[in-house]
Write a protein that binds this ligand. Sequence first.
Ligand code: NAP
Length: 256
Amino acid sequence: MSHLLKDKTALVLGLANRWSLAYAIARAFRREGANLILTYQGERQKDTVEELAKELGASRVLSCDVTQEADLHHLNEILRAEGDQLHAVVHSIAFANKEDLARPFYETSREGFLLAQEVSCYSLVAVARAVAPVMTNGGSIMTLSYLGSQRVMTNYNVMGVAKAALEASVRYLASELGPNNIRVNAISAGPVKTASARGIKDFSKILDVVTANAPLRRPTDPEEVADTAVFLASHLGRGITGNVVYVDSGYQIMGL
Ligand code: NAP
């Protein structure tokens, strides 16, 4: 059986537990032969992620809170010092205050708006800056987005605006890093029950509507998202950059 990511090293940020999209992606990357480096946000998550890293066969686990410039600087230094050459980077990170995913969007506080932008959008720019110097042979950076960036989805609010900025950032990064043969894309996943998704009020209702109306009439399987990430990280995706690839049972085409 061919291994699409043989001899490639991938950094995966945003793995919190077995339900995380990053977990499915890391698992698929290992299946395809990648050497894995994982990160966790802080001490609270250290043991859990180290346990999952063992299970996944990751070679290294590093601490990185993407809101801390010092952490990103440290990440860059460690990767350089250990002579790592990265081929793929998965940014699977987002955060917004729970109350901003439940009340009307126009009631979003300045602080809540900026927090969602910082963690869910700006962090991609900061991560790209930290990893590009060790992607010396080119590679693939990818992030996770959602249709709420393009359409009004009930209660997605401040996160929809952050995802719109994230998708625009993907295009600017793709344009600037392309000459270094670094591709930058977003995977726009359909709704999946994860810890982050549970923070959105009435998330189950969104899931039901999408499942009932998507062309494929089924919810998004995290493994479908993961296989698309494998494709983007591999030689097979070499012509694709600056794109938003939908993995959502086709829901995004519906005019409901
Ligand atoms: P998840 O398991 O909760 O993953 C979110 C991750 O972001 C967690 O590992 C979290 O770490 C991390 N994070 C938050 N703030 C951070 C920070 N300051 N520094 C470093 N890491 C930080 O949920 P998920 O659904 O898999 O989300 C992954 C990505 O997929 C997000 O961008 C999300 O918007 C996107 N997405 C999800 C869906 C869905 O329906 N689930 C659909 C489309 C797109 P902690 O747990 O330590 O806070």
